[in-house]
Write a protein that binds this ligand. Sequence first.
Ligand SMILES: [Zn+2]
Length: 643
Amino acid sequence: MSVSQLFVVPPQQSNFLSHRVQSDETADGGEVVDYTLGDEELAYLCAAVGDTFGHTLGDEELLNNDMYEDFSDSELSRNDEFAHWHWLEQIDGDASVGGNLVAVCDAKLIRRAHIRRTFWSEMAEPSEETSDLGFELFDRYGRLSREHYDHKIGKGSGAWGEELNHGDMLLFESLHVERSRRHQGIGTKIVNAILDKVRAKSDNFFAFVGPGYLTRDMVGEGDRKEYSEMAEELSTISLRFWRSLGFRRVGTSSWLAFTDNDSHPSRRLTAGEDWDPLEQSKEKEPLPEAIQTVFNTLSYPSASDAECVRQIQEAFPGEEGAAPHSYTDKDGNTILHSAADGRKAETIAWLRAKHPSLTDVRNAWGHTPLEALQSSLEKHRTRRRAGMPISVALDRFEGFSQPDIASLAALTGTEIFDLTKLSDQDISAVSSAADDAVSRVPKITTIRHTLRLKYGCTCGECIGGFLSPRMHFALLCQAEHRHDLLTADLDAKGPAWVASHGLELDHLALPVRENLNTNKSMRQGFTRMCGHIARCLREKRVPDEEAVLESFRNQRSEWPPVTKNYLQRGGTVAAVATMLFDRAMRWDEWAGDGIHLDAHGGHVKTLPVCRNDREFGFVSGMCGYKRVSMIQHVDMFGRERVY
Ligand SMILES: [Zn+2]
């Protein structure tokens, strides 16, 4: 659903105007900005008339307007609804004329610093609008998604960048002005009143709005064409309104943002210079039937590649016939976009060979066929799945499907390997193969490339396809650091050692942990395990249980056999590895407190950036351990729920 709808509240007769400016702080911190019009505005109101929407609601529709009845009930109820989100403050603006409500605006002030580590799962909760804002513009840590500032087309006007990663967020969810009161500056006054309120509360915030309209503004008998024209007109009006207040589009998204900072690039951009999607010609001829059929077939999941290619050949016969890139759907997608969307890998390969220029055609949102597919896969990877809390769904990612990988490969013209032909051991061996083996056996390169496509690696260096150089380094730092820390006071008495290393021992089963109090060999074994994992990481291997144990066995015989003793008495590789993932996450500058970057920032910056850099839950899960998370999920009895 779009936000900031202009919608109709029932027309009210205004016999007199009162003069009142009131601000009520409610008990739960929610706030009502009650904006009432003054003398000058009265004169203005009386002079101004306007109803651009050309439609009046009938009596029955008025009775059914439950939104309006809600508002007349109690202001408090509007605020109560959001009271238990400590990071969210509901700020409403109302305008009344003669005691009658003529306009309302709903806004929410979001204290992003309070929810940084669990940004998505928090934003998913309060409303559809907070959820849309959180997911469409930002990543899981509340940082502006790179595509909105770092992509040739996706950056739009280029006005917004990483400054949007910081500060509070003011979300305008809806603005409703009574139809007969529109075009009188009331909307502007309410929005400004809310902005003023927020200026007093926050010295660094950005305001956001996703301009749209509410379908109830479009009630009528019109046919579909009229309906869509009306929708477009309402959209345009809403967009123009927010731009008149200084809001400018973020990248090519549907969101506009505003800042008080006068020297910000967005403030130097006139409304006319702001980015809009490529105008698709309104008079555009409908696609010829045969070509429309091709588009339809490409999107059917069950249509075979052979059938798709046959239809394309029929629709575009020979060199002198119509060129496929001159035919696009309403979003500017070519048949190659459509084939990618339908995951038709062989059709994609065929089209690329036959019409190579199709790979460069961008749709209305600036995406080439490859970028459109990548964007759709990213959504698939990160969105909520049925019945699962969002954070869990995020960390449950287990790689893209075979058709996804094949389509990605076809679009990049690269070769992939059928991973189903390999055992886990094969994959592990390939992942950790030394450089000279890689150059001798070309298949290894192909398998590694396939794994990286499967696990969404964007750096081309992820070990096993998912362990990125930055995460690898963070884990290695933890393994070495914890090893040194635990070793330093191994001479201390057992109970003192156990008491001072609670953090490290957190993932050990309780009886084993108790055993450490009296068994020095066990304490040494646990400590040594950090060293084994560090060695495994230095060997550029995925640190799963098997690889860690193998790395341990490959060492010269250990005497006294402390690792063996630790393992035989219930100690596990997982207890140590999970702790290392958990600690690395808590030291991360976005997922945690940033200690890692403070200590090793110089080296971190020399490492490539990858999409998988901060996916601690996903990567720990892929290594066969518990998927670590900053959120603890508990069942109804308060017990931790492990997914
Ligand atoms: Zn990578």
